[in-house]
Ligand binder design. Structure first.
Ligand SMILES: Nc1nc2c([nH]c(=O)n2[C@H]2C[C@H](O)[C@@H](COP(=O)(O)OP(=O)(O)OP(=O)(O)O)O2)c(=O)[nH]1
Length: 134
């Protein structure tokens, strides 16, 4: 089975978390996700995340930690989603691909319609923030 490796960022800013909604024309249309993207050949996970955040949102980042990878089989392919927790670095966010972004509390995040591969990651993140609030 074809597995694609995808990094993504849980971006924190003053107790809120950035989530991005995929556009109508992307795969998984209108699903919410953590921004990021596919790892290119020869690229490290961190290099990939840095590049994708700049390309998609014009955003710089400061890595704080990681969560567990999530494997999800979408039928034609499997995604291995590789999540990092990052601090927001002041910059003007410019949307290049997404329909919209929002800053949400942990509580609000649960109500979004997530890409399936994100669900275990969101759960692990929420479990952590209950033990150690943002
Ligand atoms: N960036 C990102 N992608 C995710 C998440 N959850 C999830 O299932 N995905 C999937 C969607 C895509 O199939 C793939 C990421 O690809 P991408 O964002 O670099 O590329 P793309 O939308 O152009 O994908 P595609 O049109 O080539 O299918 O991982 C997530 O939280 N963030």
């Amino acid at each position: 089975m074809n597995t694609i490796r995808v990094t993504c960022a849980i971006i924190l800013r003053e107790g809120k978390i950035l989530a991005a909604q995929r556009s109508e024309t992307m795969s998984l249309p209108l699903k919410w996700e953590f921004p990021g993207g596919k790892i290119n050949k020869g690229e490290s996970e961190v290099e990939c995340l840095r590049r994708e955040l700049l390309e998609e949102l014009n955003l710089s980042m400061l890595i704080k930690g990681r969560l567990s990878n999530s494997l999800f089989n979408y039928g034609d392919f499997t995604v291995e989603l590789i999540p990092f927790i990052v601090d927001y670095v002041e910059s003007e966010i410019i949307l290049h691909e997404h329909r919209q972004i929002g800053w949400f509390t942990s509580f609000e995040l649960k109500d979004l319609d997530w890409a399936p591969a994100d669900v275990p990651i969101l759960q692990e993140f929420l479990d952590r923030t209950i033990k150690m609030p943002l």
